[in-house]
Ligand binder design. Structure first.
Ligand SMILES: [Zn+2]
Length: 332
């Protein structure tokens, strides 16, 4: 073990070493040099706590050894609960190969280190024989990171959501749609408020992209039963996918949209009937990112509305209120 100069055991030196070992393994196996912009590092380092030791120093090591950094948009730092295992993944876009490793219980080394070819073009042309194995979580992350249309803010939302899925991708397209229809033109007074009814993975996107969090009253989360959701889908021919308000704090008024998201269309484009879920979900993530500049391919307006005052906003947000009924979208 090589100690970092000036750093004693217990100051994170062991964690630094783990991160360095992970990066060195990746560089050997994937054949890349420090600073290669076509290499992505993905890890939950910084969140797991092992024997009362935090794991942030792994991040410094990954950056210093591999050259992958947040500034170069090729270090993706996935949120985890502190009791979860610490893991590292690296993906080389040049070759389509990846490595994935998990750290053992006492942080003395790795209990798993595997290499595989995971690029979408390869795996989706071998759907019958390939399976993701240990690469299940980094498969969509690596391939959508490599997609030409993916903005870094999307990857930041993936970090917060802790995985990449068609649900968070639907949130991305809804946000693009809202930004187009109800743009923020007066940043000192305007902000978005999301009434997440019904809620799904999409709602983690808005929190990161718009800093629209429940704690700051930027988001209200309201569950709908499957029966309610299905009835609304039958009524509107698209999945009801949330309520969005551009609120103006100076006039205490707002403009709003109830949006729909056409998952049937996305699924029809992704071989959901014939492919295993890892394959059609990856395909669906690609299909949705392909529409980054044309969100209206999947997102539509079910209803537009205007809020005259604060009471009309409160009437959508309160406990025990179904805002879709208040707006007349859902009957009853
Ligand atoms: Zn999800």
């Amino acid at each position: 073990m090589v100690l970092v100069p000036g750093m004693a055991l217990g100051d994170g030196a062991e964690m630094y070493q783990l991160g360095a070992d992970a990066a060195n393994y990746a560089m050997d196996e994937l054949g890349f040099e420090k600073g290669d912009l076509n290499v992505l590092a993905v890890t939950n380092a910084g969140y797991p706590v092992i024997d009362d030791q935090t794991t942030e120093m792994c991040l410094d090591a990954v950056m210093e050894v591999s050259g992958c950094t947040p500034g170069k948009e090729n270090l993706v730092n996935i949120l985890s609960a502190p009791w979860k295992p610490l893991w590292f993944g690296f993906f080389n876009k040049n070759t389509g190969e990846a490595v994935y490793m998990t750290v053992n219980a006492d942080a003395s080394g790795f209990d798993l280190q595997e290499k595989g070819k995971i690029d979408a073009e390869y795996v989706l042309s071998n759907v019958e024989t390939w399976n993701p194995g240990v690469f299940g979580s980094i498969l969509p992350i690596a391939n959508i990171w490599a997609h030409e249309k993916t903005p870094n803010i999307f990857m930041k939302a993936v970090c917060f959501h802790d995985h990449l899925c068609p649900g968070v991708s639907s949130g991305f397209l809804e946000a693009k749609y809202v930004e187009e229809k109800l743009p923020i033109t007066d940043p000192s007074n305007q902000s978005y408020k999301v009434i997440a009814c019904p809620n799904w993975c999409k709602d983690d996107y808005f929190q990161v992209a718009w800093d629209c969090t429940p704690g700051k009253k930027g988001m209200y989360v309201k569950y709908l039963t499957a029966d309610e959701t299905n009835a609304l889908t039958a009524k509107y021919g698209t999945r009801v996918a949330g309520i969005f308000v551009r609120w103006d704090g100076s006039s205490n008024s707002g403009d709003g949209l109830v949006l729909g998201f056409d998952f049937d269309k996305a699924e029809n484009m992704s071989n959901t009937d014939t492919w295993p879920s890892w394959a059609y979900r990856l395909k669906e993530d690609q299909v949705l990112m392909d529409a980054a500049d044309s969100p209206e391919e999947f997102v539509s307006t079910i209803k537009e509305f205007h809020l005259e005052n604060n009471d009309e906003l409160l009437a959508l947000q309160g406990a025990g209120i179904n805002p879709l009924k208040v707006l007349g979208v859902e009957s009853g």
